[in-house]
Design a protein around this ligand. Sequence first.
Ligand code: PRP
Length: 213
Amino acid sequence: MRPLTVAVPKGRVLDKLSPLLGRAGIDTVPLFADDRKLIRETSAGMRFLLLKPDDVPTYVEYGAADLGVSGRDVLLERRYDLYQPLDLGIGRCRMVVAGLEGARAPAVPRVGTKYPRVATEHFASRGVHAEVIFLQSSVELAPLVGLADLIVDIVETGGTLRDNGLVIREEICPISSVVIANRAAFKLRRGEIDPLLAALRSAVATSQEQQSG
Ligand code: PRP
């Protein structure tokens, strides 16, 4: 059988994830090796796949990875057939509707967003027909140059909104990073996955106790 394979996001989340993995007894040294390898093997025979955050759930859903770590924002937008056994409490932010301070949105607002499905469903749930425009990044720019009346995006510190004269109009939901599991692997590899999840669960609890104390 192939080694237990865990898909992890490169970048910001990995910096927050690696202390949790370390605390759970997982060898994180290979994650930071100074090369361009996309598969990293640990001393205990586990494999990490280093991926762009948006691709992690795809690898796990199709079984190319058994487990993964993904933001709830990605999972909400693209609805995968996966288990979500553990909230890691990292990468915390909020999905919000924001707009220019003092500006009124029209009856049919144009909404710029990386999350068209989340945005469409949010406005539909309010009985508002919105024209949703898909943008890949720097979404906060859209209201400043007349491309959109509102945006739907994630906010962490609020700094990007503030620096661009935007304010939060509505909170849609909280976001954090969660462990995701392939449905078949979750059943067939319980012997390996259960102890790993238990160690991670206790690492999350310890780190949250330290933050609140
Ligand atoms: C994210 C998000 C906001 C910003 C929020 O963008 O889309 O733009 O972070 O963070 P803040 O509230 O702490 O300012 P990211 O940095 O991932 O870049 P992007 O615009 O290229 O998506």
